[in-house]
Design a binder for this molecule. Structure first.
Ligand SMILES: [Zn+2]
Length: 244
């Protein structure tokens, strides 16, 4: 219980400070302003040989689309899973090659992390746009300037379900119910940066969470779309506060 309270306080009070530079720059996307009953589910850190296919099965069952921010190292290990993501019409996007904290890198190191994954993604995604999300949502002034020079806006989120934490699926569903709105970008994880098989890296809860989200919100009339589809429906919002 104490752990849960600590996680929630930390998330509400401290976590948003990470977004200082992306919000000041005005060049990141947190959600989209639209009246259409749509949300964009996004999955970071995959592809994973077990969890990603399980999530893909559920998405297919509900005719839902999503965006997967892949780690280049995992793309190299599981290219067939990535190919299935694309074949099912989902978007495959860039989440660096080795999942570093980019705030600890300088321009050339940041560019290299992005470009290595871009080189892996390009033959897979054909002509689709490749979006970028920095690990941990960390993007200081140097990261933002480097991305601007590369012509790459960054895609963050306005609803974080903390699916990597000790929260239960019920608690995560309650968090979503408090925050869900048309145009939301929802963060979840289909893998862990270090998939060493330890319990901490399990994403079995996420697999169950996705099933409950799709069952609950599809029944309420929501549809789940890719980031491209979401962006086509309204103005991208450059700060979290504009999403609430
Ligand atoms: Zn990540």
């Amino acid at each position: 219980m104490l752990t849960t309270i600590a996680i929630l306080v930390w998330t509400k009070a401290i976590w948003p400070q990470r977004f200082l530079w992306p919000q000041v720059s005005g060049e990141a996307v947190f959600c989209v302003q639209t009246a259409d009953p749509v949300m964009a589910l996004t999955f970071d850190d995959g592809p994973h040989p077990t969890y990603t296919p399980a999530i893909l099965d559920t998405l297919e069952e509900y005719a839902a689309q999503a965006t997967f921010f892949a780690i280049g190292r995992h793309l190299q290990q599981h290219p067939q899973v990535a190919q299935r993501v694309v074949a099912q019409g989902h978007e495959l996007a860039n989440h660096t090659f080795s999942h570093p904290d980019l705030n600890r890198r300088l321009g050339p190191g940041i560019e290299q992390e992005i470009q290595r994954t871009e080189d892996l993604l390009t033959p897979m995604i054909d002509s689709l746009p490749s979006y970028f999300r920095p690990p941990y949502g960390h993007a200081n002034l140097i990261v933002m300037q480097t991305l601007k020079a590369m012509g790459r806006p960054i895609f963050l989120w306005d609803i974080d379900l903390l699916d990597w934490s000790s929260l239960s699926v019920d608690q995560m569903m309650t968090m979503l119910a408090e925050q869900a709105h048309p145009g939301a970008i929802v963060l979840m994880h289909d893998s862990s940066p270090n998939s060493d098989g330890s319990p901490r890296t399990s994403r079995q809860k996420t697999v169950e969470l996705v099933r409950q989200i799709l069952a609950t919100y599809t029944a309420q009339g929501y549809r789940f779309v890719t980031l491209s589809d979401l962006l086509a429906r309204g103005a991208a919002q450059p700060s979290v506060t504009r999403c609430r």
